[in-house]
Design a protein around this ligand. Sequence first.
Ligand SMILES: NC(=O)c1ccc[n+]([C@@H]2O[C@H](COP(=O)([O-])OP(=O)(O)OC[C@H]3O[C@@H](n4cnc5c(N)ncnc54)[C@H](OP(=O)(O)O)[C@@H]3O)[C@@H](O)[C@H]2O)c1
Length: 285
Amino acid sequence: MAVLLDGKALAADIRAEIRLQVQSDIARFGTTPHLVVILIGDDPASQSYVRGKENACLKAGIRSTVLRESQTISEEALLQIIDRLNADPGVHGILLQLPIPRNLNADRIISRIDVRKDVDGFTPENVAALAGGKPGMVPCTPLGVMRLLEKYSIGIQGKHCVVVGRSPIVGKPMAWLFLKDNGTVTICHSKTTDLPSITRQADILVVAVGQPGMITEEHVKNGAVVIDVGISKINDEIRGDVDFDAVFPLASHITPVPGGVGPMTIACLLENTLKCYRRLMESGR
Ligand SMILES: NC(=O)c1ccc[n+]([C@@H]2O[C@H](COP(=O)([O-])OP(=O)(O)OC[C@H]3O[C@@H](n4cnc5c(N)ncnc54)[C@H](OP(=O)(O)O)[C@@H]3O)[C@@H](O)[C@H]2O)c1
């Protein structure tokens, strides 16, 4: 029987702590941290994520602005918005809600965000820092996973960490974080052959694919720590990538969906926003 990794409870603690820090920072610097989210189009999932981020900022005392742009916005217009936000001393964090329409070059747009305001850690400078094991802004979801493991005293060193999924926002940064903490890392993806034979070797298994219930008892060894990043909505129900009921009896620790990694992502976004704000304030911006 597994221990539940309660991301909801830990995220609530982190958010309460951030709220206190924001209050004292506002008194110290005389200005309120401000996150700007750029939301393009009307994808319901993105709208719901952005509402969650807005709400969390509000409760933490962080100002948030959502720029809702049309699906047909041009790349040039978007780059101009980013230039304006980069230059605005009243803006401390910029987040481009992904995915964006296919006709826009996400890499080019993200590259334009001032690295000092890159709360998501997606700019090339921050990606290079993480891949190189150097300090920088760490993407919120893998950072949230690390916080959760730390909270439950689950060490990384010497463990075989298997990450299923190699996206630039979850899988790859997750693998780099494990490597930095001396884990032995394997990354799996859609072209991996015989996935269960690899995932069954994992001491720590992180799944970030987006296929509900794909990880079953055949993929997990006894005593493994299982982290489910997946979020899929099926008939108004949120489902993870792990078949929870099948894996629960085998795992030593497991995240629920919802209530595991999702809330940690939001808490870490607030943490990153506060970090960007402090650096800007301390550097006199
Ligand atoms: N909890 C949170 O806060 C949070 C945050 C972000 C994302 N998510 C969720 O996490 C999931 C993944 O998100 P993402 O943005 O990383 O997705 P993504 O960009 O679509 O990447 C999915 C990855 O899964 C791999 N994959 C697909 N089918 C596979 C299979 N049968 N076996 C092994 N690997 C397979 C893909 O391999 P290829 O590279 O070969 O295509 C790809 O690397 C989604 O459900 C998303 O909603 C949750």
